[in-house]
Write a protein that binds this ligand. Structure first.
Ligand SMILES: NC(=O)c1ccc[n+]([C@@H]2O[C@H](COP(=O)([O-])OP(=O)(O)OC[C@H]3O[C@@H](n4cnc5c(N)ncnc54)[C@H](OP(=O)(O)O)[C@@H]3O)[C@@H](O)[C@H]2O)c1
Length: 273
């Protein structure tokens, strides 16, 4: 490290929700924290600097990373948290709408990762934590494109981790279940509604409202991110919260047919074999 020994962390999407809680928790753990938002927002307080960055734009990502490196001389941790979901039946989502979401949830992760990897390699170490979801390893009916983007983040992260581990860099996944943030309010509705899904749509909205009422607080996820960032030898993936841990265990150890039945029941889908 060239300018000071305090570790430097970047957290994308740090103006709200999991990103904001993570920025605060990392700051409390001793990191110098740079959060990002697409909008110009005042510093989050408590020593967290906020930078403008749209992860869908190469130049914006490059500029943000250069600013952080210019100020600190090292980047020890990148938390790829920025993301949003599309709510609605898969068939109702146009290709353009799906691509716009992948541009944030997957290509945003790839852009920031490609921007920091050369710096981390030169300093012989670094860690990248990608905020995935339980929907990165289980199905996500009526949020299929979102689930697909998180499955893609999982595949990218686990593969990249094998490529850069010998350079002292680790890529780690954090997988929350539903979390009490603005995520549900920021969900984008699928853009080509079809009459055939009218009944399901009302049921899905009710389901989402219900699960959000008992969802984990964002601090639960932030705590897991801090331990994934600070442990000497991280695991490849961490569930965040008891619900996510339970789902992960069921997915791994329950036979597929039994998981399928239980999953449909939990998602309030009709019991069709
Ligand atoms: N809440 C949940 O139930 C849940 C569960 C599992 C996983 N997750 C994941 O957790 C992450 C954080 O979500 P959250 O729950 O904290 O929701 P949130 O409060 O809506 O935060 C999402 C953040 O993403 C940022 N963002 C969206 N598009 C962006 C873009 N093009 N460029 C840069 N930033 C962008 C937003 O930043 P600005 O608007 O300030 O630019 C916002 O701060 C997401 O990746 C989400 O998929 C959430």
């Amino acid at each position: 490290m060239t300018q000071g020994s305090t570790k430097t962390a970047i957290v994308t999407g740090a103006a709200s929700g999991i990103g904001l809680s993570t920025a605060k928790a990392l700051r409390a753990a001793g990191y110098r924290v740079f959060g990002t938002s697409r909008k110009s927002v005042p510093a989050a307080g408590g020593g967290i600097s906020m930078l403008v960055c749209d992860v869908t734009e190469d130049a914006s990502v490059t500029e943000m990373v250069e600013t952080v490196f210019g100020e600190t001389g090292h980047i020890d941790l990148l938390v790829n948290n920025a993301g949003f979901g599309i709510s609605g039946p898969a068939e109702e989502t146009s290709i353009a709408q799906a691509q716009a979401m992948f541009d944030v949830n997957l290509f945003g992760v790839i852009r920031t990762t490609r921007a920091v990897l050369p710096l981390m390699r030169a300093q012989k170490g670094g860690r990248i934590i990608n905020v995935s979801s339980v929907q990165g390893f289980i199905p996500a009916p009526y949020m299929a494109l979102y689930g697909a983007s998180k499955h893609a983040v999982e595949g990218y992260s686990e593969s990249l981790d094998h490529e850069v581990r010998s350079q002292g860099i680790r890529i780690v996944l954090v997988e929350p279940a539903f979390t009490r943030t603005a995520f549900d309010r920021n969900l984008v509705r699928s853009d080509t509604p079809l009459d055939v899904y009218e009944t399901e749509r009302a049921g899905r909205n009710r389901f989402l409202a219900d699960v959000m009422m008992t969802a984990d607080a964002p601090e639960v996820v932030a705590k897991v991110i801090v331990s994934a960032a600070t442990t000497a030898t991280p695991k490849r993936r961490y569930t965040a919260g008891s619900k996510a841990r339970q789902v992960s265990l069921l997915r791994r150890f329950v036979p597929a047919s039994a998981f399928d039945k239980a999953f449909r029941r939990e998602m309030r889908l009709p019991p069709i074999a």
